[in-house]
Design a protein around this ligand. Structure first.
Ligand code: 5FU
Length: 263
């Protein structure tokens, strides 16, 4: 897609998915398009960094199944941080099964739907399995207010690059904009103003790890590739001074976003 982004106020008004009303409002208020991926294994480590990060980011992304001491108290404290700092809690579970099982997993031992605002879902299982999420998203007993479809992975050789895959994922998302808030992608793929483009694979100091990950800078990801939200992990979490890096990534990503609007 080459179409430029609409202003945040327009995107907010056009939001079909509840998550996006919250997202675009929060981006405007905080002047941030940064999401921090906290891939730690201990809840205390995660909460400590989450408290430092919350004022700077629009979302905190977790892999709950990597946390060895995950419990209800963790969830409670996480929701308090989210509430106090207007932060979206994002569980990157990458659900990929038939609809009925996706729903069981959402309500399973970690009860993702109760505490996560948004969860990632693969597109590989097809449209009807993804439409099954509507029941949970529309149920007020759950926190979940949208899903992000994985249209492209950042890793080298990802099969999402195969001909037609990304377009097929986009089509499923665009046909279900009340529940699909946007995409995990490497470049902007949808021309619907309300769809959010969340992009992992950003690091300002390194190009790759030793396990397939590929990184590029915030300017490339946001200004050139026209994504909306930068997802950064180790660029912040592995640094000696995470707070300083948070401020740096926030500034770079937001400048690229604002600049990109007027390009
Ligand atoms: F869907 C994806 C993807 O395509 N690439 C990713 O890297 C998700 N991710 C997540 O973003 C991954 O699971 C990590 O949690 C995070 C990137 O962390 P990094 O340390 O910045 O590489």
């Amino acid at each position: 897609s080459t179409k430029k982004r609409a202003p945040l106020s327009v995107r907010m008004e056009n939001a079909s998915c509840r998550l996006n009303e919250l997202l675009y409002k929060t981006m405007q208020q905080k002047e941030s398009n940064l999401c921090l991926a906290i891939d730690f294994t201990q809840k205390e480590q995660i909460l400590e960094l989450a408290k430092v990060a919350a004022p700077h980011v629009v979302a905190i992304k977790l892999h709950a199944d990597c946390i060895t001491d995950f419990d209800d108290q963790f969830v409670k404290e996480l929701r308090t941080i989210a509430h106090n700092h207007h932060c979206i809690i994002f569980e990157d579970r990458k659900l990929a099964d038939i609809g009925a099982v996706n729903i069981l997993q959402l309500k399973g031992h970690q009860n993702i739907a109760k505490w996560a605002d948004v969860v990632t879902v693969h597109a590989v299982q097809g449209q009807e399995s993804i439409e099954a999420f509507r029941k949970v998203i529309n149920d007020d007993n759950y926190c979940l207010s949208g899903i992000l479809l994985i249209a492209q992975l950042s890793s080298k050789g990802a099969l999402t690059q195969l001909d037609g895959y990304t377009q097929a994922a986009r089509n499923i998302g665009e046909a279900n904009r009340d529940i699909v808030a946007g995409f995990i992608c490497q470049t902007k793929i949808s021309d619907f103003d309300d769809m959010g483009h969340w992009t992992p694979g950003v690091n300002l100091d390194a190009k790759s790890d030793d396990a397939g990950q590929q990184w590029r800078g915030a300017n490339e990801a946001i200004r050139r590739q026209l994504n909306d939200i930068v997802i950064v992990g180790r660029g912040v979490t592995a640094s000696k001074n995470p707070k300083e890096q948070l401020e740096r990534y926030k500034r770079e990503a937001w400048n690229a976003f604002i600049g990109g609007d007027h390009d």
